[in-house]
Design a protein around this ligand. Sequence first.
Ligand SMILES: [Zn+2]
Length: 225
Amino acid sequence: MAEADGSAAGNTPTRTLSNRPARSRSAPAWVLPHEPAPVRLMNTVWADRHGVYDALISRGDLAGWLAATGLTARGSPLNDDDLAHFRDLRDALRRLAALVTADDARPAAESAIPDATAAVAVLNAAAVAVHPAAPRLQLLGGALTRDAAPSGPPVAVARAALAAEAIELLTGETSPRLRACQAPGCVLYFLKDHPRREWCSTACGNRARAARYYHRHRPATATDS
Ligand SMILES: [Zn+2]
């Protein structure tokens, strides 16, 4: 499973988005590497026992994330607009995932985009940033071929592909399987890929079981009487 388990111990208050540390302490592009790319983008906001982190702060972070997810935009230098676009898309996806999973009970996981309508607009704008469906005729070596490859800057193509995959994920048959991990302190999302999967990772499952055990067996306090 993931090296960074993306979650925090239950007894440490997680920081809210507003006072999130500016930079992650490790490169967590590989958090839950088997999730679909849109979920992996959501999970660039992650947490450990010390707080909640943003793994998409710099252009270098974005380049690393794109490469790690196989969406690499080779030959296309990333600019600050690209970074802003991907961060917006990430926040939009987290907002819409919260809507789909009804997980608003996780305050530390709250999206920077509070409004679902605004999140839909961000996702749609990303999806139409290129024209993937328009076929083009090419004359190659005297033969005519049909090229349906998306046209546009590679990073915009990658973003549009991600947006299209996200739209399918949020509305298609996978939608009911999208989950917010409810382990203590975790802010990640995952796609439930088998009926018994309850947590994003083994580490979260262990921590959640430990928390349940603690609550069941803790000594009685004044508030329990
Ligand atoms: Zn988790």
